[in-house]
Design a protein around this ligand. Structure first.
Ligand code: C5P
Length: 321
């Protein structure tokens, strides 16, 4: 890795703050292979970055300090996000500092719109935004490739949160290749009151497979139909191609998801699927106007804690301001 010597801060606001934001994601295709020896599953997934963003503000500090506002902040119950070393942002800061050979000194404020434990890669978005913001604050001048390598060490979805757009993910999800999307896709996210643990959903998939209740995953479904639909498709083509192997185990752990998925299609969504490991429901709309209508209908039904109309693709982690 070729780190330039710290050359002073990147982009600073008046009080020395650097601000970055990163998007949530929906997996429009998620095929899960068998459990690997390293505890991860081999994936073929198509990620789509959507317009729900967390914002990370970093300032000069003495040691690391982390605060959190918005979704998942203290008081939000079981899904409350830790603000110590267990938080991926903290680990991102330590990793960047260590690799760049600078002291890990920063005061970090995360303002969350992406709910935690929702299948939307909220923690990964925070880590990706933190890498970008701290790289500017510390003047470490990492290349995108160097940041991507750090991102892959932090979590399977962090490289995508950094890159954004649309991408095919393989390996455990961290190996990315770009996918072309010619248009914007509008969605409504139905967000549940209580999160689901990603490892628990993967473990439930393994359990259902071992019991013979699901195919064993040795044949990974091809992402090609989804990729073709994203490239050139009318909305019904993408609707027909959406697939997620984690949906069955998420529904098994959270039977209310069945009703949440049906509520979206009953309200006129083109299709609905569980986002990642859930429990967020991603409902595909015809266009922006349809998404606004759908969001209003679904907000009135009381099936979800909250609903958000979003679109994708959007860029990955970026400095703002
Ligand atoms: O990479 P990340 O820390 O986000 O993964 C969280 C957990 O999700 C892992 O510890 C593992 O249990 C599960 N996982 C998996 N296969 C993947 C990605 C995640 O089993 N490809």
């Amino acid at each position: 890795m070729s780190w330039s010597s710290p050359g002073g801060p990147g982009r600073l606001a008046g009080d020395g703050a650097v601000v970055a934001r990163a998007p949530a994601k929906v997996n429009v295709h998620l095929a899960v292979g068998p459990l690997r020896a390293d505890g991860f599953h081999e994936l073929r997934t198509v990620y789509l970055a959507v317009s729900l963003f967390d914002t990370v503000t970093v300032r000069p500090g003495d040691g690391l300090a982390l605060t959190l506002t918005g979704e998942g902040a203290a008081g939000a119950g079981a899904d409350a996000v830790p603000t110590d070393r267990r938080n991926l942002v903290w680990r991102a800061a330590e990793l960047l500092a260590e690799r760049a050979g600078v002291p890990a000194d920063a005061t970090i404020a995360v303002d969350k719109s992406i709910p935690a434990a929702a299948g939307l890669a909220g923690g990964s978005a925070d880590a990706a935004a933190a890498l970008v913001a701290l790289d500017a604050l510390w003047g470490t001048h990492a290349t995108r490739g160097e940041l991507a390598a750090l991102a892959a060490q932090l979590g399977s979805d962090v490289p995508f949160s950094l890159q954004g757009g649309v991408a095919l993910g393989s390996g455990r999800g961290e190996q990315l290749s770009p996918v072309l999307a010619r248009r914007r896709w509008d969605w409504v996210l139905g967000i549940a009151g209580e999160g689901l643990s990603t490892p628990a959903v993967y473990a439930e998939l393994d359990r259902l497979r071992a019991a013979g209740r699901l195919p064993d995953g040795s044949d990974l479904d091809s992402p090609e139909p989804v990729i073709a639909a994203l490239r050139s498709g009318p909305v019904p083509a993408l609707a027909a191609a959406l697939a997620n192997d984690l949906q069955a185990p998420a529904v098994s752990l959270r039977p209310a998801l069945r009703r949440a998925l049906r509520a979206a299609t009953d309200a006129g969504a083109q299709a609905s699927l569980v986002s990642g490991s859930g429990p967020t429901v991603a409902a595909l709309a015809e266009d922006e106007e349809d998404a606004v209508r759908l969001a209003a209908v679904l907000a009135g039904e009381g099936v979800y804690r909250t609903v958000r109309a979003v679109y994708g693709p959007v860029p990955g982690a970026r400095l703002v301001g």
